[in-house]
Write a protein that binds this ligand. Structure first.
Ligand SMILES: Cc1cc2nc3c(=O)[nH]c(=O)nc-3n(C[C@H](O)[C@H](O)[C@H](O)COP(=O)(O)OP(=O)(O)OC[C@H]3O[C@@H](n4cnc5c(N)ncnc54)[C@H](O)[C@@H]3O)c2cc1C
Length: 321
């Protein structure tokens, strides 16, 4: 049984995804605690340059045209061979559309355990541990990481992306690709999502509204605050599902990832599907009446108050300044 921790690097359109750096930071905590190496697994085609800032001890790079864009089939095949041969102690994947699609299938194929939605992996007195967010992030389940090799899908939360970045490039080793001749799923075309009225993924100030806003008419409060701040409103899924805002304003797994200077979340609980798309924000501020809301885990500043009291008062202050 190996003590090394493998991190599967996610990338899209030539950019390493934020979750990859978060996983490297988490993987480092675990690898240091059990005396193993932190190894980044980069699958792609002519993508070696993406290894440049990965804070790993080494990078294993597999190059093949079939890996140019993510497909679950090709990733599964590539990773299955590698995991079977190397038997790392844990393999970290994002709890994202990419990681979730691969991890379950790998678990079945290799007959190894999968622990999903983990906000942390670490070691206590040399024993590998996980913390998994269950019930939409409201309950934290802690346990020993099953062995000898465990697959772990990770959500952002306990580790910062910057901790997974390094200006000292790690050593890159090319590894052979298996035969991809029999893939059942291949990519035909990459379709960019519609930008819609506003492209929230490039907006510098976002006021994000959640179910706590209660009804459509109350969106005006958020609009007024956004106007006072020079920002734009966006929303969590319940607000968009109700048709109160268009899908172009949806933040999360089914919507857009955002990285504004300021992300002000009002009445949003911080479910993993929402949080995975906001951790690139420079500063997150949350207003929520529930002190245990998971959004406070990623917020730099939090106000545990009623939004209907604070938001109008904040707008008034800003308008007067
Ligand atoms: C496959 C899949 C994909 C998904 N994709 C997305 C996605 O892209 N984006 C997304 O957002 N969700 C997505 N979800 C849904 C996600 O799981 C959550 O259900 C959703 O994010 C919850 O939205 P919310 O935080 O607004 O609502 P809730 O979880 O209901 O939270 C409302 C919050 O408002 C607070 N609140 C209530 N009243 C007040 C008040 N007066 N003042 C202050 N705070 C108050 C409450 O304490 C609570 O924390 C997805 C789910 C699945 C299964």
């Amino acid at each position: 049984m190996g003590d090394n921790i493998y991190v599967v690097i996610e990338h899209l359109q030539g950019q390493v995804s934020e979750i990859s750096y978060v996983m490297l930071a988490a993987g480092r905590a675990l690898a240091s605690g059990i005396g193993g190496e932190l190894v980044a697994i980069l699958l792609g085609h002519q993508a070696q340059n993406l290894a440049g800032d990965l804070a790993a001890d080494r990078v294993l790079y597999m190059d093949d045209p079939a890996l140019a864009e993510f497909t679950p089939d090709a990733y599964q095949l590539a990773l299955a061979e590698l995991i079977k041969t190397d038997t790392p102690r844990a393999v970290l994947l994002g709890d994202t559309s990419v990681g979730a699609e691969v991890a379950g299938a790998l678990s079945v194929r290799l007959e190894i355990p999968l622990v999903s939605r983990c906000s942390s992996v670490h070691a206590k007195e040399g024993t590998p541990k996980f913390v998994s967010q269950i019930c939409g992030g409201k309950i934290m389940a802690e346990g020993d990481l099953p062995g000898p090799t465990a697959l772990v899908t990770m959500v952002p939360g306990d580790f910062k992306a910057e901790e997974g970045q390094s200006d000292q490039p790690a050593e890159v080793t090319s590894i052979p690709a298996p035969s991809f001749d029999d893939l059942k799923v291949t990519l035909k075309q990459y379709i960019e999502p519609e930008v819609g009225d506003v492209d929230i993924s490039t907006e510098p100030i976002l006021i994000a509204v959640g179910r706590g806003i209660q009804q459509e008419a109350n969106l005006e409060l958020a609009e007024e605050l956004a106007a006072a701040l020079g920002g734009t409103i966006c929303a969590s899924r319940p607000v968009v599902d109700q048709g109160w805002l268009p899908i172009s304003r949806l933040v999360g797994k089914s919507g857009k990832s955002v990285k504004p200077k300021l992300f002000l979340a009002i009445g949003i609980s911080g479910a993993p599907e929402h949080v995975e798309a906001v951790t690139g924000s420079e500063t997150i501020i949350a207003i929520n009446t529930d002190p245990a809301a998971p959004i406070f885990d990623i917020a730099k500043y939090g106000a545990n108050v009623d939004l209907f009291e604070l938001v109008p008062a904040l707008t008034e202050q800003l308008q007067g300044s």
